[in-house]
Design a protein. Structure first.
Length: 361
């Protein structure tokens, strides 16, 4: 470790997706000797990987700084194989350890990809960055070299789970879905069903629903049971929706829409109950003041149920579902005014409880 006086620069190698960890190298690695050993170990495991070039580039840069008679140290930090916020958190923790160990006051960051550059704001939040060294691997342009490069990326897709789930798992799911539906009497819907599966995957990944599900699943056994019952309730709701549509021949007039609402609404609202109830019980056991949020969710669910159910009743009462008659009936029953009043009261109570929660926290 460098204990010299004056300014101490640290040459910092950042491995965002923890390729080094998969090679058996535990980070942080601090000091020239330790980094050189790590570089040699990784080069023997993955001699053609870009991270190998990054490690030796950092060692070369470190020697240049030392030859200029400047105080310097070298270290390696790594994120998480799944990337994302987990990688950022791990990098921040390891960087704190490195700064404390070498007493550094500035850094030269060595990266080899755009993904690794995501950590620059994280590093800057803990230590000033003097320079960023981007390692670009030179490639000979030729057909043979192109095949080799493609082969490397294909191996990465096969071996690294975060890539294989998308590039192998999703196509496999689509192929199986298409084949299974093709051998049934509903083979004409195979292409549409496959596109639905693809659309669901894109929605789940795009809105981070998968990460939220994993988070809920890991919270407690109560949340696991509530999630399972929620999935069952949602499945029943979808089935009832389909049966309701079939019973009215997929009609889209106002009367039919009102019947759909009356038939499906109880199942739709009930499907939220297991998850909300699970969160309520979990927070109740933890004596969390935030339990008020789940109570308000139940109240909002009840208000929405009453409002939509009442509108459906008014549409069914109106002759031929006439819109003007429906609006007139809504005004006579003060439905809209009552709904606005409920929303106003809920917002006011929520604001007071939130202010109270902030003081407690």
């Amino acid at each position: 470790m460098n204990e010299g006086k004056g300014r101490t620069k640290i040459v910092l190698v950042v491995d965002f997706d923890d390729d080094l960890g998969r090679a058996g190298i535990r980070t942080p690695v601090i000091g020239e000797v330790a980094v050189r050993e790590a570089a040699m170990k990784y080069a023997l495991v993955n001699p053609q990987d870009a991270d190998t070039n990054t490690l030796f580039t950092a060692l070369k840069l470190y020697k240049e700084i030392k030859s200029a008679k400047e105080n310097a140290e070298i270290a390696i930090i790594a994120g998480h194989e799944k990337g994302g916020f987990k990688a950022g958190i791990k990098i921040r923790e390891e960087l704190r350890k490195v700064i404390a160990a070498v007493n550094a006051d500035s850094a030269i960051v060595v990266v080899d990809s755009v993904e690794d550059e995501y950590v620059i704001p994280v590093v800057q939040s803990l230590i000033p960055i003097e320079a960023i060294e981007r390692v670009v691997v030179e490639q000979i342009r030729g057909v043979e070299e192109t095949y080799v490069l493609i082969g490397r990326y294909l191996r990465k897709i096969l071996e690294e789970r975060r890539f294989s789930r998308i590039f192998l798992g999703l196509p496999g799911l689509l192929i199986i879905s298409y084949i299974l539906i093709s051998i049934t009497p509903y083979s004409s819907y195979a292409a549409s069903a496959t596109l639905i599966v693809l659309g669901l995957f894109l929605i789940l990944k795009g809105f981070g629903i998968v990460d939220e599900i994993i988070k809920i699943w890991k919270t407690s056994p109560i949340m696991r049971f509530s999630f399972v019952f929620t999935v069952i309730a949602v499945s029943i709701t979808l089935a009832m929706t389909y049966l309701s549509l079939c019973s009215y021949n997929f009609a889209t007039d106002a009367k039919a829409l009102a019947h759909y609402t009356k038939n499906v609404l109880p199942y739709a609202m009930t499907s939220f109950v297991p998850l909300l109830l699970g969160r309520f019980i979990y927070k109740l056991f933890r004596r969390s003041f935030r339990i008020w949020r789940d109570v308000m969710s139940f109240i909002i669910l009840g208000v929405l149920y009453y409002f939509f159910n009442r509108i459906a009743d008014l549409v069914l009462l109106a002759p031929s579902g006439d819109l003007q008659t429906v609006v007139k009936l809504m005004n006579e029953s003060y439905l809209l005014q009552t709904f606005i009043l409920f929303i106003g009261v809920i917002m006011a109570v929520s604001a007071m409880l939130y202010a109270r929660e902030r003081r407690i926290i």
